[in-house]
Design a protein around this ligand. Structure first.
Ligand SMILES: C[S@@+](CC[C@H](N)C(=O)[O-])C[C@H]1O[C@@H](n2cnc3c(N)ncnc32)[C@H](O)[C@@H]1O
Length: 241
C-alpha cells in the first residue's frame, strides 16, 4: 500500500485545517444521488469530510484510508460508516460488488491512478456509480510553475483525467471544474497551511530555490486582500461500462 506519509503524521490537524478540501467535499456532495446504492465504498476518506455527506445517501458505507490515524479519527466522528485501513490501489472487496465508489481529494495523490481506476472497476457491479472529485492542473499554478520540483505528484489536466477514466471503462456522464481561491497574507503562509494538513510529500528543496519561488508567487499572485492561490477541483460522475 502506498500512502502519503505526511497525512498520517498530520491527521489530528487535518480536520480543522483542511479548508479547501472541506469546501471541495461539499461541492462534490451536490452530485450525490438521494440513494447511491449499496454497498458503497469510499476511498481516501480522511477524517470524513465527504463521508459525512455520503452517509446521507448510502446506508451501508465502507470508508477506507491508507492512514490508520485518519481512520481512527473518522471512525470516532462518524461511527455509522464501516471504517477500514486500506490503500485505494487495493481496496477491500465486498461480499457483493460495490454499487457506488466515492472519493474526494484523493486521486491526484495516486502513483498509478489508471491501475486504481481498473481495480475499482473490478470490484464494482455493472452500472455502478463512480462519484469522485480531486485537484487538477492549474492548482497553485504560479507556485508550481516557479518551482515544478515542489509538486508531490504529476499534475494532470481535467481532460487527461477524463481520458484515463474512459480507458479504465468508466463512462463519464458529467464533469465540471471549479476554482477555489484561498487568500493568505503571504506565499509562505499559504505553503505552511498546506504543509500543516499533510498535503506535501517529504522532499528536499534547496532553500534558495524555495525562497525565489515564494518571492515570485508573492509578486504574481498578490491582491489587496493578500496572496490569492487557485485550487482547481474536478468533479466527475461516471458509470461502470
Ligand atoms: C487530501 S486528503 C482527503 C481526505 C478526505 N477525503 C477529504 O475530503 O478531506 C487525502 C487522503 O488520502 C489518503 N491517502 C493518500 N494516499 C492514499 C492511498 N494510496 N490510498 C488510500 N488513501 C490514501 C490520505 O491518508 C488522506 O487521508
Amino acid at each position: 500500500m502506498v500512502v502519503a506519509p505526511e497525512f498520517d503524521r498530520r491527521a489530528s490537524a487535518y480536520g480543522t485545517g483542511a479548508r479547501v478540501q472541506q469546501d471541495a467535499a461539499a461541492w462534490l456532495a451536490e452530485w450525490l444521488p438521494r440513494e447511491c446504492g449499496e454497498p458503497a465504498l469510499e476511498l481516501g476518506a480522511g477524517t470524513g469530510f465527504f463521508t459525512r455527506h455520503a452517509l446521507r445517501s448510502a446506508r451501508q458505507l465502507v470508508a477506507t484510508d491508507a492512514s490508520s490515524r485518519m481512520v481512527e479519527l473518522g471512525r470516532a466522528a462518524l461511527p455509522r460508516a464501516e471504517w477500514t485501513v486500506a490503500g485505494a490501489e487495493n481496496p477491500p472487496a465486498a461480499k457483493f460488488p460495490y454499487r457506488a465508489i466515492l472519493t474526494s481529494s484523493l486521486v491526484q495523490w495516486l502513483n498509478d491512478p489508471a491501475a486504481a481506476f481498473r481495480e475499482w472497476h473490478g470490484i464494482s457491479a455493472p452500472d455502478a456509480l463512480l462519484l469522485g472529485g480531486w485537484f487538477v492542473r492549474g492548482t497553485m499554478e504560479e507556485f508550481v510553475s516557479a518551482c515544478p520540483e515542489s509538486a508531490p505528484f504529476r499534475w494532470r489536466s481535467a481532460e487527461q483525467w477524463l481520458v484515463l477514466l474512459n480507458e479504465a471503462s468508466w463512462k463519464v456522464r458529467r464533469s465540471e471544474t471549479k476554482i477555489f481561491q484561498l487568500t493568505h497574507k503571504s506565499s509562505a503562509a499559504m505553503l505552511r497551511e498546506i504543509h500543516d494538513v499533510g498535503a506535501v510529500a517529504p522532499r528536499r528543496l534547496g532553500a534558495g530555490r524555495l525562497r525565489a519561488a515564494l518571492r515570485r508567487n508573492d509578486a504574481k499572485s498578490r491582491s489587496q486582500a493578500g496572496v490569492v492561490t487557485p485550487f482547481v477541483f474536478l468533479r466527475v460522475e461516471a458509470v461502470r461500462a
